[in-house]
Design a protein around this ligand. Structure first.
Ligand code: SF4
Length: 255
């Protein structure tokens, strides 16, 4: 994903932070006389607390911008940066809707930033398990085999859809592999597999929700392709999956 794509999220986040700082300042200015009636130090305490919170978010955004621009690991700041992404995303969505930005473009930018942070982060241990989590819509709509949950072995690898290639890839790279029909099943699979990291394939909306739901588990998101429209007979570029596997395996000390 390009630097330009990631930049959108960072820019809107900075705009959101400036707006939030202005709103907090205005609220404090308007309420200070009333607050000081409770205690003369109260406005000052609230102002310092708000300033501290905003400063932490600003530092996190700075670390994110650094990771996005340099493509390198943010030393000591990975956790802060990931937390900030999660905190500011609702603000970014709100602001984007107000100024009329393309919702999917903002989500793609969020996914790109998240991937940059996952790529720059560390996985715990050499034998770290990576789960390849797929959406049900990758399976050919005409396929009679049930492959969701833990039933991926039912795929006969006929080659009619991309699942065949993904099964081979998962075997070759010794990954856990599962197909989920939604968030509930995905959570169950994650609970059973207990991966150190996830490579998830989905549309913008599901990836965005999945990345946030799974925090602090690192999720590397890959968008599916939808030549027949959403949710039916979708596909994914296997090269993108290979690249993500290589990236996470190297970090986990794998082959
Ligand atoms: S590759 Fe597997 S999932 Fe896809 S149509 Fe063939 S049997 Fe079904």
């Amino acid at each position: 994903m390009s630097l330009g794509e990631k930049r959108l999220f960072v820019l809107v986040s900075v705009g959101g932070l400036v707006l939030l700082a202005a709103l907090v300042s205005l609220a404090l200015y308007l309420t200070a006389p009333r607050l000081s009636e409770f205690h003369p130090d109260l406005p000052g305490v609230i102002a310092v607390t708000a300033l501290l919170g905003l400063a932490i978010v600003a530092v996190g955004l700075g670390l994110i911008a650094l990771a996005v621009v340099t493509g390198r690991r943010v030393v000591f700041g990975q956790r802060v940066a990931s937390s900030v992404v999660r905190i500011v995303f609702p603000l970014v969505r709100m602001l984007s809707a107000v100024v009329g930005l393309d919702r999917d473009a903002v989500k793609r930018s969020f996914i790109a930033v998240n991937n940059a942070l996952v790529a720059g982060g560390a996985l715990p241990g050499r034998d770290a398990r990576v789960l390849l989590l797929l959406p049900h819509c990758l399976q050919a709509a005409s396929c009679p085999h049930r492959i969701t949950g833990g039933l991926i072995e039912n795929c006969e690898r006929c080659g009619q859809c991309v699942i065949a290639g993904l099964v081979d890839l998962a075997r070759e790279r010794r990954l856990a592999l599962a197909v989920a029909t939604g968030g509930t099943l995905a959570r169950r699979v994650i609970g059973e597999v207990r991966p150190a990291a996830i490579i998830a394939v989905a549309c913008e909306a599901d990836l965005t929700a999945g990345i946030q739901d799974s925090y602090p588990l690192p999720v590397y998101g890959i968008l599916n392709e939808r030549p027949h429209g959403p949710c039916v007979d979708t596909t994914v570029d296997l090269e993108n999956i290979r690249r993500a596997i290589g990236l996470l395996s190297r970090k986990a000390g794998g082959p």
